[in-house]
Write a protein that binds this ligand. Structure first.
Ligand code: ADP
Ligand code: MG
Length: 650
């Protein structure tokens, strides 16, 4: 076998086309009630644009690309949009407009309750439609949305380096004609050609590649955002490959939900009765500020509790609200918020009933909306539908990603690379020493499933880190990292004893689910990813060529790394046994075992520092030699434990 010849090809392989943006791109815009995002898709698939340059400004990665749907006005001018406007909510409560989506295309009379609870002034404007009055000027929800869209368009143009004029904009599936028209008008006012109004649940399906191929499916999209909850039952008829436009058909079978149930309500649960007290504040300006402070505190605690089991709230109330210093447990929060979760499940039941379907006839459940990051939501939905949900993509980015996919389909640049029937690159798990165990090899047809057993390499390990990688090389350092997760809370056991079963499951859409369970304790953990995300055809080709180039070298390194792991276990067992029975064996055997231990220890050290410097055959021989030399030690050790057993029996 010759691993050397094809190396030229990989060195001259073209760069990815990640940077190539057409002159007149079609972007996808998720114009959300709470947050808005812009995404763009090319042959590499969809990606979120980092509009506020959040990455440079230390914004946590979980928030990059998210632009709060907030606009602040002063007189005739827009004073701030997005993150800056949201930061000033408390200070400029009556001049800062948020959640304007609630009023799009709606009559004031239909939104009177919202209007009364709003810190900014909602009035009855032209033709009885809702409007917002600030500094004596009334603006329509379309105009306010247009100010938001113009901001998104300008930032997106900067991010892409070309002027953005065309967009796919998403709306909830239940939006009626007036609300859809208002959304189009907002685009027009902002100077954007809205090439399509797309239903949000359809966008979520597109982001996951649903409808790209295969059979017709019925899916449920569960979307819990900041202030609204929507559940949609969607029927998907995949694209007919022979049809000229190649678009799948998405039909809404039923929608249900609650326009006043979302993340905000969970925030309120955390600040409890303080919220009610603030609502009773007679002075509107002061009331708005009190509510804004509490809202921020509740939201921060809630987000913290999605990752931690407890969080501490400390607040200087500045005379507006009482000072706070308390610790909150996730389990208490979950108990208090249970009625909210149940309301979403009731809506799911209504939607299924309206669609005339049973839970069992749903093929997939997709989670959307920032609030589905709360573990209690995921657990409740998965147990209600009795199946794992689609969670591989960030729930607050799914809609924009799907809108961008629709944009690329309309622009004629279909991302065919992502709709493969086979797994383009092998999928595996990192093992001790940085080697890769491949569970699914490249070119396997989807769907596919693979199971392998693993164990620990350290005594008493309580948590095991699992690292899912993609690629053809033998070492993790040469592969693409897909996801990391942890199997926690194992009972302490000696190295090599835990039995960790890992299952890789790739479904028909190419979504990979990885399940790990420790058999003795029953502890489990799970992660989900879309391995093809952000991969281009060229990258796949280059990775494959690289693996051929390095095949021989990689195999040797892999062997050395595995030997180091096994030899370390040998050294440990033999050292322990020798300590117990040193007096029972021939001094010559002791000397030979000790010198074998020294030799193997130094090989292990070298293998860990630089595996390429160790000859695997010599390493194997040294390990073998020690194993043989230590036979008398093992025998003596067994004999001794038998004697001990006898004496305890007596
Ligand atoms: P919308 O569709 O209404 O624009 P999003 O989908 O962006 O809203 O969701 C916003 C909501 O998600 C907010 O209530 C926010 O607090 C919540 N959220 C975001 N991240 C987390 C998290 N890690 N844990 C809990 N809630 C979160
Ligand atoms: Mg949303």
């Amino acid at each position: 076998m010759s691993g050397e010849s094809p190396s030229e090809k990989s060195q001259t392989a073209p760069e990815t086309d990640r940077g190539s943006v057409p002159d007149d791109p079609i972007v996808g815009i998720d114009l959300g009630t709470t947050n808005s995002l812009v995404a763009f898709a090319d042959a590499a698939g969809p990606r979120i644009l980092d509009l506020d340059r959040g990455a440079d400004e230390g914004v946590p990665s979980s928030e990059t690309g998210l632009v709060p749907s907030v606009v602040r006005y002063r007189g005739d001018a827009v004073e701030a949009v997005g993150r800056r406007a949201a930061a000033g909510l408390e200070e400029h409560a009556t001049r800062t407009v948020f959640s304007v989506k609630r009023y799009m295309g709606r009559r004031f009379d239909d939104r009177r309750d919202d209007a009364e609870a709003s810190p900014y002034q909602v009035v009855s404007g032209a033709r009885g439609l809702a409007g917002v009055e600030i500094d004596g000027r009334v603006r329509s929800p379309e105009e306010i949305s247009a100010d938001l869209l113009a901001h998104l368009r300008d930032r997106a143009s900067e991010a892409l380096g070309v002027p953005v004029r065309r967009a796919v904009v998403t709306v909830p599936a239940y939006f009626d004609d007036a609300q859809r028209q208002a959304t189009r008008d907002a685009g027009r006012i902002a100077g954007i050609d809205v090439v399509r109004i797309l239903n949000e649940p359809t966008a979520a399906a597109l982001a996951y590649g649903i409808g790209g191929r295969g059979d017709a499916e019925t899916i449920v999209v569960y979307d819990l955002g900041g202030g609204t909850f929507d559940v949609t039952v969607l029927e998907v008829m995949p694209a007919d490959p022979s049809s000229p436009d190649g678009e799948a058909i998405f039909r809404v079978l039923a929608t249900a939900g609650d326009t006043h149930l979302g993340g905000d309500d969970f925030d309120r649960v955390l600040v409890g009765n303080l919220h009610e007290a603030a609502m009773g504040e007679p002075d509107p300006e002061r009331r708005a500020r009190r509510l804004a402070v509490l809202r921020a505190v509740g939201a921060r605690a809630k987000v913290a509790l999605s990752d931690a089991a407890a969080t501490r709230i400390r607040l200087d109330g500045r005379g507006l609200v009482p000072d706070l210093d308390r610790t909150l447990d996730r389990s208490d929060f979950e108990t208090a918020a249970r009625p909210l979760v149940d309301r979403t499940l009731d809506a799911c039941a209504r939607a299924l009933k309206d669609a005339g379907l049973e839970r069992a006839s749903i093929d997939r459940v997709v989670l959307v909306g920032g609030s589905t990051r709360m573990p209690m939501i995921r657990k409740a939905v998965e147990s209600w539908f009795d199946r794992p949900a689609y969670v591989a993509l960030d729930p607050d980015r799914v809609i924009a990603l799907g809108a961008a996919v629709q944009g690329s389909i309309l622009a004629g640049t279909r991302r065919d690379a992502l709709l493969l029937d086979v797994i383009p690159l092998s999928l595996g798990l990192e093992t001790a020493g940085g080697a890769v165990a491949k569970l699914v090899v490249r070119n396997t047809m989807v769907p596919t499933r693979s199971v392998e057993m693993f164990s620990t390499s350290v005594d008493g390990q309580l948590n095991v880190g699992l690292h899912v990688v993609q690629g053809e090389r033998e070492m993790v350092a040469d592969c693409r990292s897909l996801a990391r997760f942890e199997l926690r809370g194992l009972p302490p056991m000696p190295a090599g004893i835990p039995q960790i079963e890992v299952v890789f499951n790739v479904d028909a859409n190419g979504v990979l689910g990885v399940d790990a369970v420790e058999r003795r304790s029953g502890r489990r953990a799970r992660v989900q990813v879309v391995p093809s995300n952000g991969l281009t055809r060229e990258e796949v080709d280059r990775i494959e060529a690289d693996s051929v180039t390095h095949a021989r070298d990689d195999m040797m390194v892999h062997r050395v790394v595995d030997l180091a792991v096994n030899a370390a276990l040998d050294v440990k067992w033999i050292t322990e046994a020798l300590d117990r029975v040193r007096g029972d064996v021939d001094p010559e055997v002791v000397a030979s075992v000790e010198s074998g231990l020294v030799a193997l220890r130094s090989l292990i050290t070298r293998a860990r520092e630089d595996p390429r410097s160790v000859d695997p055959d010599a390493f194997h021989a040294a390990k073998d030699h020690l194993d043989r030399a230590s036979m008398p030690v093992h025998e003596a050790s067994i004999a001794r434990s038998l004697r001990n057993d006898e004496s305890t029996d007596a």
